[in-house]
Design a protein around this ligand. Structure first.
Ligand code: UDP
Ligand code: MG
Length: 326
């Protein structure tokens, strides 16, 4: 009987036809090696989640799962986003595997870290974070914006693991707990550390995308960052309050000045400073409203409680459907 854990490697894919053939090769080879070494069960598998791709991704994935019974694929009915695609993969596999590794389809994170993660799991850690040791191959822009983002998150009091993206191992219990978070604006990097449990980190190198282009253009990256901050921190709202209080004090001082000039007889002067402060305060109010609106938007989306994804099709054999060969 096979007592080693069943591993599911979950790979979200959005229009990844260029990288998938090599990704599949590398992941299957890795899995086969790990099975041979007895680190994971022979029923382990790679699970691809097609996040509503418009290219040949799904055709490729169907081919992969027909060619190997250690590959299965899930097709979402539209583009639900990276985070929801991962959730879809986890929910599908929850009762099928013991441990779950999530990794991006471009394999920019070094897959050699996966056996190390499994070793940590065997040492008793339930969550293992893959941490990028250096990001020399990322563009200067991506590196600086990413670092700035991690710093800002830390500064805003969000618990997050520095230089960790969504390359991590979780066991069935912690995945089950993660799935209990019902929110739509799911920012996993922030939520997983909130779960608690015994966790460890494993260093990995980040390499260049071998093919295809990034699915995170600047606009998506920015909205990801805004989501990350507003999903976890109410400090921006408090900041608006503080600014408001400061403004009230300034207004009191100005009032004193106005009364003084009125009684000393040169009231018409000071028009320019009036106009100036009007614009300034108007601007601040708008900023404040914008921030508040951001949160109201969040409430709106959460309150609707819509499903996070829909599965259109699945292919391949789940581990539980496989014949026991022992
Ligand atoms: N991705 C996805 N849905 C999206 C955007 C991206 O599933 O709407 C996947 C994508 O296929 C990849 C991962 O998320 O596996 C990370 O994307 P990418 O590598 O392009 O981001 P980067 O590494 O440039 O930040
Ligand atoms: Mg990438």
């Amino acid at each position: 009987m096979d007592h080693s854990p069943i591993l599911a490697i979950i790979v979200p894919c959005f229009c990844e036809e260029e990288v998938l053939p090599s990704t599949n090769e590398r992941l299957r080879a890795l899995l086969a090696d790990m099975v041979t070494r007895g680190e994971v069960s022979g029923r382990s598998c790679v699970v691809y989640v097609d996040d509503g791709s418009s290219d040949a991704t799904w055709t490729l994935l169907k081919g992969f799962s027909e060619a190997s019974n250690s590959v299965c694929a899930v097709k979402l009915s539209g583009n639900f986003g990276h985070q929801n695609a991962i959730i879809a993969g986890m929910e599908t596999m929850l009762h099928e595997a013991d441990i779950f590794v999530t990794i991006d389809a471009d394999l920019q994170d070094d897959i050699a870290a996966i056996p190390k993660m499994v070793a940590k799991y065997k040492d008793g850690y339930e969550i293992v974070y893959g941490v990028r040791s250096k990001r020399a191959t990322d563009s200067w822009f991506k590196r600086t914006t990413a670092l700035g983002f991690y710093r800002l998150m830390q500064h805003l009091g969000t618990k997050s693991v520095f230089n960790h993206a969504d390359f991590r191992l979780m066991d069935r219990r912690t995945v089950g707990e993660l799935l209990r978070y019902p929110e739509r604006n799911l920012f996993m990097r922030g939520i997983v550390p909130l779960l608690g449990f015994k966790s460890a980190t494993v260093e990995c190198e980040r390499s260049e995308r071998t093919a295809g282009t990034t699915k995170y253009p600047l606009s998506k990256m920015l909205s990801f960052a805004v989501d990350g901050i507003t999903s976890f921190s109410i400090r921006p709202v408090r900041l608006v309050l503080t600014i408001g209080i400061v403004f009230v004090f300034i207004a009191i001082i100005i009032l004193a000045y106005v009364l003084y000039s009125k009684f000393s007889g040169h009231a018409v002067s000071g028009w320019s400073s009036m106009i100036l402060s009007m614009w300034f305060i108007g601007g601040c109010i708008l900023i404040g409203l914008g921030i508040v609106g951001e949160y109201i938007g969040k409430i709106y989306i959460e309150v609707k409680g819509r499903p996070r994804y829909h599965i259109e099709a699945t292919t391949g054999q789940l581990p539980s459907q496989k014949q026991h060969t022992h």
